[in-house]
Design a protein around this ligand. Structure first.
Ligand SMILES: CC(C)(COP(=O)(O)OP(=O)(O)OC[C@H]1O[C@@H](n2cnc3c(N)ncnc32)[C@H](O)[C@@H]1OP(=O)(O)O)[C@@H](O)C(=O)NCCC(=O)NCCS
Length: 133
């Protein structure tokens, strides 16, 4: 049964402006530990790809926060929600800490899709529950 859906569109130029202003501190606020390492490596090789990586993560996490119906409110936090990759290349949500506990207790599972083009990154998330209403 579908528990919730969420969508988000993110202006890549705003992400770039925040990065220019706050540097790594901004990325550290949005990214989990694993994502931060990937972001650092990508940014070092190709800064533009680093900005896009951050923008798609930002939009995916917002879409997820809407699909679970909390928005950015505890236990939902940026860093406890990680956007990882499956061997196929598809993105997948991996949760940590109290957010994972909350999510698992409700027997939820998430599906996430992300895209980006020039100035925008967008995401769509579907969350399912095993529990009957
Ligand atoms: C959900 C949230 C992450 C979106 O923030 P945003 O990037 O500024 O705004 P977006 O344009 O991407 O999305 C806004 C839409 O999200 C939806 N939304 C808001 N809260 C939501 C929630 N708890 N669950 C699902 N969707 C939500 C609404 O449809 C809203 O549109 P509306 O303002 O026309 O009603 C943010 O509103 C949030 O964290 N809310 C929870 C905390 C809160 O309520 N803060 C208010 C001040 S106390």
């Amino acid at each position: 049964m579908i528990y919730g859906i969420g969508t988000d569109i993110c202006d890549v130029r705003r992400i770039k402006a925040s990065l220019d202003k706050h540097g790594d501190r901004f990325a550290l606020k949005i990214l989990s530990e694993g994502e931060f390492k990937t972001w650092k490596a990508r940014s070092a090789r190709w800064p533009e790809r680093g900005i896009r990586f951050l923008a798609t993560r930002f939009s995916a996490k917002e879409a997820f926060s809407k699909a679970i119906g909390l928005g950015m409110r505890m236990p939902m936090t940026w860093r406890l929600c990680e956007v990882a990759k499956l061997p196929s290349g598809a993105p997948t949500i991996v949760l940590h800490g109290v957010l994972k506990e909350w999510f698992d207790a409700k027997q939820l599972s998430a599906h996430i899709s992300v895209t980006d083009e020039t100035d925008y990154a967008a995401s769509f998330c579907v969350v399912e529950t095993q529990l009957q209403a």
